[in-house]
Write a protein of this length. Sequence first.
Length: 345
Amino acid sequence: MNLKIKNLFFRVVSFIKEIDYQKSWIKIKQIHGKKDVYIFFIFILISTAFWFLNALRDNYISDFSYPVRFINVPQNEIIIGGDEQKVDLKIKASGFTILRQRINRSIVPLVYDFSQMQRLNRGGQSLAYVLTSSQISSVSEQLLMGMEIVNVSPDTIFLTMDKLNNKKVPISLKGDIAFEKQFILADSIHFNPDSVIIKGPKSVLDTVSVVYTEFISTNKLKENYSKKVLLEKINSVSISPKSVDLSILVEPFTEKSFSVPIDVVGLPDSLRMKTFPSSVKVTFRAGMSKFDRVMPDDFRAVVDASEILNGQNSNRLRVRFYKTPDIIQSYDFSPIFVEYFLERQ
């Protein structure tokens, strides 16, 4: 039988060498037409199957991971980094048994009672620990006959604990909000509710001053926008509620110009300064709902005379705005620099 297989093998190799690759399609059809080729591959498959079945009779060491769950955790404490732990086992058994275990059995988590765990303080941290071997009997009950546990890792589970605190923090939008031309935000972005309660270890809560939404991207808006959005998760912290209603009010804007007088600051009483020109033209953009509420007195343009009194020789002074109304979207002004005349009083 081995001689026949050997002869078949050499015949197939010799046939492949004779293939004219420019006529490969014809040759492939010829290969499919060879009965001996099919017989050769059938023998290969049978041999592989016998080798696989024979190999499964041997003993092997295989790795299994079991998730860990903790019960009776005090309500005023929290596990730093979460309670997602696992125990890795090395199990010795025949290949058949290991294969059956993986195919037919679901893995049940190992359950540790927190109230039975030992406590200690290390480096100012509160730790709880338990020997993993205390629950190995429950693992053994899940294993098939003939499976032997040869190693457990880790041998001890350590949990870092902290007191559970809570505080109220505002919500902030994370995203990219775009508007159509001639449209702007009519009001501040609203959330309902506008704040959330976060719970977690004090060491983590002290670093959190705001909770962000998940990233939001909008098309160019020209009408009001509303959507329920999820809040971005924070490790070791629970957030309540987990989502909020987002509301963005949109309105068209327009432009208007005012002439605003320039005030001089930083000038002693013994001196007097005149600027040329004596006022600047301010052009602002505001939403239609706020447009009529903006007045010239809402702006204050100044030049600082101390810039020249301190030895900064300059023929011009830069105009700066010390006051602008909060309800405008943006503003421009001209000129940016003015000339001046300085005299004693």
